[in-house]
Every structure is written in structure tokens, then in C-alpha cells.
Ligand binder design. Structure first.
Ligand SMILES: NC(=O)c1ccc[n+]([C@@H]2O[C@H](COP(=O)([O-])OP(=O)(O)OC[C@H]3O[C@@H](n4cnc5c(N)ncnc54)[C@H](O)[C@@H]3O)[C@@H](O)[C@H]2O)c1
Length: 271
């Protein structure tokens, strides 16, 4: 069979809501989706940065419908209602619908040092946020007869990470949510998969470095957790997201994809 490679993983005709899209991994995913032909809705708390990114995407795509910013707090049911409504109202021509649950937060510490309040704070963004948006968008996907959900979990949702007790707890839950959605809606055209990156060079990683007692040592260690000796580039995560959102990935469902440069394979970092 002959294939035109310029058509691989096309997202033409797809409306994609990406949460946490004002920076980091979400920004890279939003940009890639637009380059692949999607109409992208960038949901984020950060209105200033989010509007700038949407503007840049529209300019690069040369199309006003390539991107729109939506102020979104994934922890708020009302805000999730409004975001999904806006996507449905503004994506009239779209025949395919997708959600990327990317917004996430984390803080270093153990079950003793963090306390339950930190677990609750992270749970509300990382788990409840993804749940609330899936809950609202899946009925529209069922109406359309297709849907793609990609949850950005973490390698901390596959293996434990020292001093990341609340984060790992929530990211394992994101993987559980992913598999549940896949099983419950897979027979009706919806797929749900999780991407589990190791250290990605974004604001979140920079904050972890700044929090450390010795930031330079922390940076070396974070580079060394990947056997390649560097952190993951946000666009390396976006490339996999594009594939999972595409029609080519129709039979990929309920899976977790590690982008961790052999960390979970047993690599022992030596900084
Ligand atoms: N950076 C890493 O090393 C790494 C590794 C593995 C997984 N991840 C996961 O990838 C995702 C993105 O990480 P990042 O490094 O790009 O983060 P980041 O901190 O650079 O960006 C996160 C974005 O989410 C937004 N956000 C936070 N709370 C929100 C809320 N309640 N509602 C809407 N938006 C909100 C922020 O405003 C920000 O723009 C997260 O889920 C994170 O856990 C990151």
C-alpha cells in the first residue's frame, strides 16, 4: 500500500482542548496539534501567557480558527462546564473531538513532610481536573461517534519516585482513570491513553531545581535520571500526543507510554 507521509497523523477536522497550554508540555502539544491541522483550544489559568501562545499559533498557521484561548481552572466544575461548552460552540466544522488533560502540579516531599493538604491540592488539579473534563466532553464524543483523550501522567505514575509522595499518588490515579475510560467507552469510538514522561525541561522542572538545597546538583541529577544524560524536550512529548490523537492510533487504547530514556527500565542515575 502507498502512503503520502505528509498526511501521517493528520488532525484536520479535529477540535482539541489542551489544558495547561500556556507553557511547557501543554504549549508544545497545542502548537503541534495546530500544525497537524487541528482547531486548538488552549485552556489555562494564565490568561496573559495563554493569549500570547494562541496568538502565536494563529500567526504561524495563518488561520484565525487554528487556536483560541479559554480561561480555565480545571478544579472548578463551572469552569470545566464553560470550557467544554465553548469548544462545542466554536468548533462547528469539526468532525472529530479530542481532549488532552495536561494541566498538573507537584511538590517535593514525603507522606510525612507534605501532609494531606498537599495531596488534596495536587489531587484537585491532576486527578479531579482530568475527571471533570472527561465527564463533560465524553457525551459529545459519543454523539459524534469518535473521541480521543490523552492524559499526561508521569513516569511517577508507573514507578515510585523518592520524595514525590503526593505527585506519584495522583499520577498513578491518572493511569487508573485512563484505563477505566478506555474500557468504558472503547466500544463506542473513544480511545484514552496516558503519556508518562520522565523529567521534561519546562517551568515545572525548573521550579524543582530552584526548590533544591543545591540547584546545580539537582540539575545534574535530573539530567542523569535519563540514560541519554538530558531531560526530555516538550516537543518529544507532543509528537507522541499527536500520534495518539490521530486516526492511525484507533487501535491504541488504555495504554501508558513511557518517555523516560530507560529510567523505568532500571537505569540508576549517577550525576
Ligand atoms: N516537566 C516535567 O518534568 C514533567 C514530567 C512528567 C510529567 N509532567 C506532567 O506534564 C504536565 C505539564 O507539565 P509542565 O512541566 O509542562 O508544567 P508547567 O508547570 O510548565 O505548566 C503547567 C501549566 O498548567 C497550568 N495550570 C496549573 N493549574 C491549573 C489549573 N487548575 N487549571 C488550568 N491550568 C492550570 C499552569 O498555569 C501552567 O501553564 C503536568 O501534568 C505534569 O505533571 C511533567
Amino acid at each position: 500500500m502507498q502512503h503520502d507521509s505528509s498526511q501521517f497523523f493528520s488532525l484536520a477536522g479535529t477540535a482539541v482542548l489542551v489544558t495547561g497550554a500556556a507553557r511547557g508540555i501543554g504549549r508544545a502539544i497545542a502548537s503541534r496539534c495546530a500544525q497537524a491541522g487541528a482547531s486548538v483550544f488552549l485552556g489555562d489559568l494564565d490568561e496573559n501567557e495563554g493569549e500570547k501562545v494562541a496568538d502565536e499559533i494563529r500567526r504561524l498557521a495563518g488561520s484565525d480558527s487554528a487556536a483560541a484561548f479559554l480561561r480555565l481552572d480545571v478544579t472548578s466544575p463551572e469552569s470545566c462546564d464553560a470550557a467544554v461548552l465553548a469548544v462545542m460552540e466554536k468548533s462547528n466544522g469539526a468532525t472529530r473531538l479530542a481532549l488532552v488533560n495536561n494541566a498538573g502540579i507537584g511538590k517535593a516531599g514525603t507522606v510525612v513532610s507534605l501532609g494531606a493538604a498537599e495531596l488534596e491540592r495536587e489531587w484537585r488539579v491532576n486527578v479531579l481536573g482530568a475527571w471533570q473534563l472527561a465527564e463533560r466532553i465524553i457525551p459529545h464524543m459519543l454523539e459524534l461517534g469518535n473521541g480521543r483523550i490523552v492524559n499526561i501522567a508521569s513516569i511517577g505514575g508507573v514507578v515510585g519516585i523518592p520524595e514525590r509522595a503526593a505527585y506519584c499518588t495522583t499520577k498513578f490515579a491518572v493511569v487508573g482513570l485512563t484505563k477505566s475510560i478506555a474500557l468504558d467507552f472503547g466500544a463506542r469510538g473513544i480511545t484514552c491513553n496516558a503519556i508518562c514522561p520522565a523529567r521534561v525541561l519546562t517551568g515545572m522542572a525548573e521550579a524543582r531545581i530552584e526548590e533544591a538545597a543545591d540547584p546545580e546538583a539537582a540539575r545534574k541529577l535530573m539530567n542523569a535520571t535519563q540514560i541519554a544524560g538530558r531531560m526530555v524536550d516538550p516537543d518529544e512529548v507532543a509528537a507522541l500526543a499527536q500520534y495518539l490523537l490521530s486516526t492511525e492510533a484507533a487501535m491504541v487504547n488504555g495504554s501508558t507510554y513511557n518517555i523516560d530514556s530507560a529510567w523505568s527500565a532500571g537505569h540508576t542515575p549517577t550525576a
